[in-house]
Design a protein around this ligand. Structure first.
Ligand code: PHE
Length: 349
């Protein structure tokens, strides 16, 4: 055993000496100290040794082990130092550099579109406010004048969250209108706010419906606001996003949180109101839901409806982007198809 240990020591010191790279040293290390390395397995034979033999072998084993570990460490250090030296003296040759292809990032077309909408309203003094995507039934429905069991709830197929108990039931917001409640509870009128964000509905998916989509909404509360302001802001948005000669028509609609409520139609940007496939031959496209904030909603948020009135107005930027970029399937925006997305970047428009 003593000879064997001395043999291992001289063999391996020799190998360590000859090694001139870190990976060679790693190999030597594994052959010695790996799972079945020569040093690792050696103590398995100790139980068969006589007691007085073990007294000699034990310390010798430890000594050889330490010597080899030290030798590997020192050699590693030497190899590294030598490497640094050659690096420092190496000639800098730019021709040997590998060219890294430039890949410039860009905003997603929907984000770009939303930024444009937000910029339009910033010019009119609207500030941006973020509402929560997971909210209570209270903020998403009840305070918006939609009590539990009210048939109007059918307008929003909702993902409820199993949060236990019915009090303050949680859900994924079905529209950005929950933000009306957060804004109005927090701020004293007059104010002009806007919000952009994700909404979720338990929808049957098709070319115009996604379960996850964005909405843009404005909440404008002041004295003496009327449907005329609403009409103006609608025209302002459509002219800013599409073309100057677009005209807007408000048609009566129903939302529980606005009174009166309106659907906003714009002249079809494709056929200029002549009638085409996209507008279903009507010559116009429905672009937003809107209305004067219902007095109950103002009251629910501590605002006196006798003194103040409000405008709320919501659009789906995804739907508008479909029109702007002539995209036939809303789902393509979330497809992660880079060729499609790059084709819609502002630089290519
Ligand atoms: N929240 C409505 C919807 O999602 C849109 C809307 C916003 C209507 C504001 C009126 C006022 O359908």
């Amino acid at each position: 055993m003593q000879d064997k240990l001395n043999q291992i020591k001289s063999d391996y010191l020799n190998q360590i000496n000859k090694a001139n790279s870190l990976s060679q040293l790693d190999q030597v290390f594994l052959r010695l100290f790996g799972k079945n390395g020569e040093i690792t397995i050696l103590p398995k034979d100790f139980p068969s040794l006589a007691k007085n033999e073990l007294k000699v072998i034990g310390p010798l084993f430890n000594f050889v082990k330490q010597e080899l570990e030290k030798a590997i460490d020192e050699k590693r250090h030497q190899v590294k130092e030598a490497g640094y030296k050659t690096l420092a003296t190496e000639e800098w040759n730019p021709d040997q550099l590998i060219e890294i292809k430039k890949r410039q990032g860009q905003l997603h077309p929907i984000s770009e579109f939303e930024k444009k909408i937000a910029d339009l309203f910033i010019k009119l003094g609207f500030q941006q406010f973020d509402g929560p995507q997971v909210d209570t039934d209270l903020n998403n429905f009840e305070l918006l004048n939609i009590p539990p069991q009210h048939p109007a709830r059918d307008m929003w197929d909702t993902f409820y969250i199993n949060s236990g108990g019915n009090q303050n039931k949680l859900l994924l917001r079905t529209h950005t209108s929950n933000t009306q409640i957060h804004v109005m509870k927090e701020l004293k009128p007059p104010f002009r706010m806007m919000t952009i964000g994700r909404c979720f509905r338990y929808e049957n998916l098709d070319a115009r419906h996604e379960h996850t989509f964005d909405q843009f909404e404005i909440i404008y509360v002041d004295r003496k606001l009327s449907m005329a302001n609403l009409q103006y802001l609608s025209e302002y948005l459509l002219k800013g996003m599409f073309v100057d000669d677009i005209s807007v028509r408000l048609s009566p609609g129903y939302y529980p949180f606005t009174e009166p409520s309106a659907h906003i139609f714009g002249t079809c940007v494709f056929c200029k109101s002549k009638g085409c496939k996209i507008c279903g031959n009507t010559g116009e496209l429905e672009l937003a839901g809107a209305g004067m904030i219902h007095p109950n909603v103002l009251k629910n948020c501590g605002i006196d409806p006798e003194e103040f009135s409000g405008i709320a107005w919501g659009v789906g930027p995804g739907r508008m982007a479909m029109l702007k970029y002539d995209v036939s399937d809303l789902r393509s925006f979330n497809s992660a198809d880079l060729n499609f997305l790059k084709g819609l970047s502002s630089e290519s428009k």
